[in-house]
Design a protein around this ligand. Sequence first.
Ligand code: KG4
Ligand code: ZN
Length: 352
Amino acid sequence: MKILAIESSCDETSVAVYDTAKGLLSNVVATQIDIHKKTGGVVPEVASRAHVEQILPVLDEALGLAEVNLNKIDYIAVTHAPGLVGSLLVGVNTAKTLSMILNKPLLPINHLEGHIYANFIRENQESRIKNQKFKFPAIVLLVSGGHTSLILMKDHGKYKYLGETLDDAAGEAFDKVAKVLGLEYPGGPNVSKIAEEFRKNHESRIMNHEVRFPRSMLDSGDFNFSFSGLKTSVLYAWQKEKRQSKELKEMFAYEFEEAVVDILATKTIEAARKYKVKTVSICGGVAANKKLRNEIESRVKKELKKVSFCVPPIKYCGDNAAMIAACATYGLKKTKKKVYSLDFEVLSNNVL
Ligand code: KG4
Ligand code: ZN
């Protein structure tokens, strides 16, 4: 069966074509980074206008790369929540229109569930074997620009929230700290890049660097997070510095990244231990962070014997339609229905 998937929840317009037997046939992502750089962040109206301009060329390109004609599509899947309403509407209205014209069923997909299913994207027939590493129950750390949650996943489609951020999401904290340090949008990758410079160039100073930030809620005894205090600590400490040199900036980025990763990794391992899971997984835009990937992987290996670690390839951590298609394949198995209603809304806020 062939699935056409559409993702437009924030600032990436993406269309994928997925074959349930052969795997991913194409995944085109048009990013709006250059547009939002000018304002240092996403302006919702500007984002939805850019989606309107991009959606049809991206659709054409995805079908072309997959060498699939629209009338060969069996199902359409689209992100309907959560996200920016104006952005979501572009993808959802495109999907509804295609569904009506082609008379094909339509599946609304939750964006957060999509991020989790980035772990299950099959790039070809062989990659089915790799997915077998993901065994239930699993602890999933979902870290993106809008969400930071620890989820216990008992089976496909079965989620229990163990905790989440009480204020800023991890990605949001990265983006705000980037602004404090005068780095360009999108902040996360740029903070990480200069943190890596510090790690590389000042190995001998790593243990004795002068800047320290708090590990908020590390001992709170629950699985919630808070990053707003950490962000404010960075701001105040940076404003106090008389000489804001390149090296100091790298040190700030390094210590901030260390603090975020330490908090996320510690709580994830604690949750995995408490719920005796078989898999630890991370997903969402911040899962592209190399320090986070390496730290959780090495702590799982060291502290949790026989537990496997799963993370999507970096290219599928940020927003993309391939993950929406992968999620849809499990939705199809679950419902076994052929007809889906067009009567669903976009929602800015929606949990799993
Ligand atoms: O999942 P995503 O693409 O969009 C949302 O659903 O929010 O996540 C975007 C977030 C942004 O805050 C971005 O700065 C962050 O992920 N991010 C990173 C890295 N790459 C993206 N944060 C830290 N390190 C990275 N390498
Ligand atoms: Zn996302």
